[in-house]
Write a protein that binds this ligand. Structure first.
Ligand SMILES: Cc1ncc(COP(=O)(O)O)c(C=O)c1O
Length: 324
């Protein structure tokens, strides 16, 4: 019998999907780790589970306690599911610019949700800093602190990275993905480099993020902006410290939207915005390297979370992003 023991045991072990239209066009194997198939619907279920388990193991989270987090949505959604499954309460601080689908889902799941204005990290009222202060002021509560909590990247080192290595029989030329906290990129990069140092680890970055310039020049410089959610950063998080950074690719929103619609219409994959950056970067690497290479990226979450934006023609038109 192959029966999973509840929600928690269902996290991870996702398929690796060949992205046929992009692979056929480039002569490379472009593979997407199907993280949208996690039970909470995104790559962040893994980090949420590891951060809660880590707090339990350290004796920081007691029965009936509260998990507090600042999140662009998916970590909160993962945490809210796991809190329900394990008997904890969940309090989420989220910038009001995030998609209404994610904010509504968090409330439906039973999390207490506080929407706050989107302000830069250096502002004391930034959603991440605010969530840390709220946790500190509460009894029997922990701050998940996904950006600087290494249990996050450890989830991807122990599970996502190892799964990718095994699913490809170690036949990988490039690992490329965008970073929010950096947990996914870092954990997988550390594992793959350890297995085979010749695998290239490449950061995919949206406009409005400082990682691209950091990899290229060692300085964080920010230009432009992006409609993508959950990715991009203006600082090097603890999860991104000391990790392999062989190269970086910047993908703009126009290319992101083109890729999202190609995935939808030619590959049958209905994906969220960060996937457009990831697959756009994998496609750019395939073009750069030429045929015969295997490139792995992440399909972070599904399109239903962005129907009012990315899949809304009026919204796209207002942003000047309607695909051709
Ligand atoms: C949709 C989406 N894509 C990508 C990421 C980035 O993942 P990580 O935080 O592991 O860098 C996130 C993180 O919240 C996300 O929500």
């Amino acid at each position: 019998m192959d029966i999973k023991n509840g929600f928690v045991a269902t996290v991870g072990n996702t398929p690796l999907i060949r992205l046929n239209s992009f692979s056929d066009e480039t002569g490379c194997e472009i593979l997407g780790k199907a993280e949208f198939l996690n039970p909470g619907g995104s790559v962040k279920d893994r980090a949420a589970l590891y951060m809660i388990q880590d707090a339990e193991q350290k004796g920081l989270l007691q029965p009936g306690g509260t998990v507090v987090e600042g999140t662009a949505g998916n970590t909160g959604i993962g945490l809210a599911h796991i809190c329900n499954a394990k008997g904890y309460k969940c309090l989420i601080v989220i910038p009001e610019t995030q998609s209404p689908e994610k904010i509504e889902l968090l409330r439906t799941l039973g999390a207490e949700v506080r929407t706050v204005p989107a302000v830069p990290y250096k502002d004391p009222n930034n959603y991440v800093k605010l969530s840390g202060r709220i946790a500190q002021e509460m009894d029997n509560a922990i701050w998940a602190n996904q950006f600087d909590n290494l249990a996050n990247r450890n989830a991807h080192y122990e599970t996502t990275g190892l799964e990718i290595w095994q699913q490809t029989d170690g036949n990988i030329d490039v690992w490329v993905t965008a970073t929010g906290t950096g947990g996914t990129y870092a954990g997988v990069a550390l594992l793959l480099k350890e297995k085979n140092p010749s695998i290239q680890c490449v950061v995919a970055d949206p406009m409005g993020s400082g990682l691209y310039s950091y990899v290229k020049t060692g300085e964080i410089q920010i230009e432009g902006s992006s409609m993508t959610e959950g990715i991009g950063n203006s600082r090097i998080t603890a999860n991104m410290e000391g990790v392999p950074l062989d190269d970086a690719i910047q993908i703009d929103d126009k290319e992101c939207v083109r890729v999202i619609y190609q995935l939808l219409q030619q590959d049958g994959l209905f994906m969220g915005g960060s996937v457009g950056i990831n697959v756009g970067a994998a496609y750019a690497m395939a073009k750069k390297l030429g045929p015969g290479h295997t490139i792995v990226t992440v399909l972070c979450d599904g399109g239903t979370r962005y129907q009012s934006k990315l899949f809304n023609r009026a919204w796209l038109a207002a942003k000047g992003l309607l695909p051709d």
